[in-house]
Design a protein around this ligand. Structure first.
Ligand SMILES: Cc1ncc(COP(=O)(O)O)c(C=O)c1O
Length: 456
């Protein structure tokens, strides 16, 4: 009988002779990346980013087992860049913006018997994620920035409210100072939905670093889209730990992974929103481009806006932060829908891409009154509805959703004209778009130097 290795015998398998191969080959990955239209230089950089690693334990995104906390080591590259970029202590890559919101609300203690205030204009993922946690979303009206109106928000607070989730959208930013002041006064957590405005800033600070948690989407529809992906940012270690717990079932990434809970609420059942190594290597590169993308959009928007004349019948979208506004869209409200229809048709004829929803438009999941899966209070399963949960009812909870709850949103959303702007417009292109806008508005509206201004 051969002597066992444990008894000093020869090892039967002294080491692997084969070369580790990534589970997903570079060829497959690059062929996917090519479909997203990446330049050959970008493809080379992606290739360099992933070629050295076995992608099961890649260093781009999750290498948590070995470096769970940023203070121990710099950490995986994508997380490190996100922390550095947004100026936060913790960044958690996840597989979607919705996953980030779900993890954020759970981290913030949203559950049965609680309410979260969300803006009447945003995207349904925000309110849906509240319901997914067993909480009840309460819509508050917007103002002429089409972002959460801080006064309307305060009026919606009840003893059940635990959080507010302002959405920064269409390249704009919410008016965070008054929102934060109200939230702090009432001890509410602030979850920023930054999916549509990554890189936007409020008073010099990136959105996603102002409240308690920031949630981002990096889906293909966003300005730094990379396919699919999301990101959660926070400065609060406990919120980060709880978000990790939700976003990776079985992860439990702590210094002693299998230790009992160190505090109440540390450990609970989570799900899986892990971002793949392949995706995060793309997102890493996309995130590096963010400042350039934002600056180009901002410059185009500002150059056009500075040239626009003021008209009695036109109210431009209120801008909450001039320097921090990304501006991939220019929005304004004509006095009537009929006027708006004429302006849109004329702008299109001028070659400027413009649109207005109008009152006859079909449903739109960016407007509270159309968010049917939420406002119909449909349960996820029999007896699993936050709206009829005894813990909610016992606290006097009884939310009703109906058209007219948020009159400013009802009115402005339908008659907002949106002009899509291209970050690659040359100064001449921008000047031509401004000239077209002035030309069309002058034709249908009354020039008025005292009318609402385009820029604050
Ligand atoms: C404001 C807002 N929040 C959240 C999301 C959800 O992001 P994802 O599609 O990555 O889940 C979106 C997506 O469009 C969004 O626009």
């Amino acid at each position: 009988m051969e002597k066992l290795a444990i008894d000093g015998g020869t090892k039967a398998f002294p080491g692997m002779k084969g070369k580790n191969q990534p589970k997903i080959g570079m060829e497959e990955f690059i062929s996917i990346a090519e479909r997203f239209g990446f330049s050959s230089a970008a493809l080379q950089r992606i290739s360099a980013a992933v070629s050295d690693d076995d992608l099961t334990h890649g260093e781009v995104n999750f290498a948590r087992y070995y470096c769970p906390f940023p203070e121990l080591v710099k950490g995986p590259k994508y997380e490190a860049l996100a922390r550095e970029k947004f100026g936060v202590k913790f960044a958690l890559p996840v597989s979607s913006g919705t996953g980030a919101l779900h993890a954020a609300f759970i981290a913030a203690g949203v559950g049965p018997g609680t309410e979260v205030i969300v803006p009447a204009v945003g995207f349904m993922a925000t309110s849906a994620a509240v319901v997914m946690c067993g909480g009840v979303p309460v819509f508050a009206d917007v103002d002429e920035s089409l972002h959460l109106d801080p006064k309307a928000f305060e009026k919606r607070i009840t003893p059940r409210t635990v959080a507010v989730a302002p959405t920064h959208h269409w390249g704009g930013v919410a008016d965070m100072d008054p929102i934060l002041a109200v939230a702090r006064k009432h001890h509410l957590k602030v979850i920023e939905d930054c999916a549509q405005s990554p890189g936007g800033k409020y008073q010099g600070r990136y959105v996603g670093s102002l409240g308690d948690i920031g949630c981002f989407s990096i889906s293909c529809y966003k300005i730094i889209g990379g396919g699919e992906g999301g990101l959660l940012t926070t400065n609060d270690e406990r919120l980060y730990e709880r978000a990790c717990q939700l976003a990776e079932c079985g992860g439990l990434w702590r210094q002693d992974r299998f230790a009992p809970p160190r505090y109440e609420g540390e450990l609970f059942v989570g799900t899986n929103y892990r971002l793949s190594e392949l995706e995060s290597s793309v997102d890493l590169i996309q995130l590096q481009k963010l400042d350039g993308v934002v600056q180009r959009h901002h410059d185009v928007w500002l150059r056009i806006s500075k040239q626009l004349k003021t008209f009695k019948e036109i109210v431009p979208q209120k801008i909450n932060d001039l320097a921090g506004h990304i501006g991939y869209m220019l929005r304004f409200f004509p006095a009537t829908v009929q006027l708006g229809e004429k302006i849109v048709a004329a702008l299109k004829a001028e070659g400027v891409g413009a649109g207005m929803r109008g009152p006859k438009a079909g449903p739109d999941w960016h407007q509270y009154a159309d968010m049917f899966p939420v406002i119909l209070k449909t349960p996820t399963a029999a007896d699993a509805s936050p709206f009829t949960d005894p813990r909610y009812l016992a606290k006097g909870g009884q939310v009703e959703y109906k058209n007219g709850d948020c009159p400013v949103a009802d009115d402005l959303y339908n008659r907002a004209i949106a002009v899509g702007l291209n970050q690659w417009y040359s100064p001449e292109d921008a000047d031509a778009v401004a000239a077209a806008l002035n030309k069309v508005l002058a034709a249908y509206c009354t020039a008025d130097a005292k009318a609402a201004r385009w820029l604050p």
